[in-house]
Ligand binder design. Sequence first.
Ligand code: CTP
Ligand code: MG
Length: 224
Amino acid sequence: MSIAVLLPAAGRGERLGSGVVKALREVGGEPLLLHAVRGVRAVPAVGPIVVLAPVGLVNDLAVLLASYDVVVTAGGEQRQDSVRQGLAVLPGAVDLVLVHDAARALAPVALFEAVIAALRAGAEAVVPVLPVADTVKRVADDRVVATVDRADLRAVQTPQGFVRSVLERAHALPGPPATDDAALVERLGRTVVTVPGSEEAFKVTRPFDLLVAQAVLAGRARGR
Ligand code: CTP
Ligand code: MG
């Protein structure tokens, strides 16, 4: 089975601040996107990789990634639009698709392999999940309305894996935007299965996350 990875990297990184797009923010002396692509390329089962770039940076990112055998194409306004642009350029032979946030630049190879293994075992859609560590409350303005039982709540990561045709149908459905691809597959009424996530697959979202990424890289360099 041919497996492709779509790497949405077209966001602006507004919560990170600084005015530099998130894909090009450096950690350990290299852009986040380079870490992300290197991680995906280290997964032997992965074939084509499509990077969704901010409009206007397609050429810059293609130059940055020239030695990694990836396709770089323009993303869209919302993350969902970027994924759709990626689906549109996938080669015909691809039958499984992983969608992976470039911002989760340090996701370990073993996590990709767990998602791929679940697909190969017959799942149509797979998401890595972690238990929720904090107590979760529902609020209205600054007042607590309810405390949510967290026992059956999970925080969801990427890479998310899909049978290509299912993901394509999910993205073709009309409806409000979703914050992940699996939510679109849920709307189709298809089953989404979970695999254990990884703390190292955290999403670089705010400045603090860059410090964590730095620490993870330093740990890896020490061969931890
Ligand atoms: N993404 C994308 N296209 C968009 C928006 C987001 O490809 N139009 C990508 C981001 O580049 C990131 C992933 O989707 O790899 C998850 O998005 P997020 O963490 O929200 O990143 P940004 O949108 O860049 O950050 P922010 O929301 O703070 O601006
Ligand atoms: Mg965003």
